[in-house]
Design a protein around this ligand. Structure first.
Ligand code: MD6
Ligand code: FE
Length: 217
């Protein structure tokens, strides 16, 4: 046993809930670093504010987004893509805090994806009523790498389906500190988030924040 076992994010304990081959929910995995995560998110949003982007179809998203890392995910009338620059400022996205990277790497390792090295972290902010329609995450160049998703603030209902849009979806409650890891045979599964219910979270108030770590390029 090494000291390292005691200084990380090991409080997932036995609560590793499989969602499908290649996908698991680690309840409470990020919880012990909640204040550090929230402070870092506030600093990122001060540099690259949350904004509600427009889809290629011309609809404004209900979820507000920003990013950190070498690449940020953006959408506008011309399509979805990863970009090294924030289109609102023309500047590079804020750097990914080392603790973010470390959390994502450890979570991925718990689910069998050792060596995950994210270069993008998309930060989503949901207010009551905001939702994310069923979609696949397929804008990343290397879909051999998993996605690690961290939920903070108000709880949400996560919809998880199959590889076809019409496949039946299962519903999971994602609460503050929960982490979902998603890769291998599940990497292109359809998923979404049901409209956020009204509530008040002790640290984040009337919102849910979701971080998704990806290997974009
Ligand atoms: C969200 N998450 O939880 C949106 N994508 O707010 C995602 O779209 C997502 O949680 C891929 C893998 C895990 C996710
Ligand atoms: Fe997604």
């Amino acid at each position: 046993m090494t000291a390292d076992l005691f200084d990380g994010f090991e409080d997932a304990g036995p609560a590793r809930e499989p969602l499908a081959p290649g996908a698991a929910l680690l309840r409470g995995f990020a919880r012990r670093h909640e204040t550090e995560l929230i402070t870092a998110i506030e600093a990122i949003a001060a540099q690259a504010p949350f904004r509600r982007m427009v889809t290629p179809g011309g609809h404004q998203m209900s979820v507000a987004m920003t990013s950190c890392g070498s690449f940020g995910w953006v959408t506008d009338r011309s399509g979805y893509r990863y970009d090294a620059l924030d289109p609102d400022s023309g500047q590079p996205w804020p750097a990914m805090p080392p603790r973010f990277r470390e959390l994502a790497e450890r979570a991925a390792g718990e689910v069998g994806f050792a060596g995950f090295a994210p270069d993008a972290c998309l930060i989503n902010r949901y207010e009551p009523g905001a939702k994310m329609s069923l979609h696949q995450d397929r804008d990343e160049r290397d879909i051999g790498a998993p996605i690690v998703s961290v939920s903070l603030g108000l709880p949400a209902t996560f919809l998880f389906g199959g590889l076809k849009r019409a496949d039946k979806t299962q519903r999971y409650r994602l609460a503050h500190g929960d982490v979902v890891v998603w890769g291998g045979p599940a990497r292109l599964a359809f998923h979404g988030v049901a409209p956020l219910a009204v509530g008040e979270h002790a640290l984040l108030g009337r919102q849910r924040i979701n971080l998704t770590f990806r290997r974009a390029r």
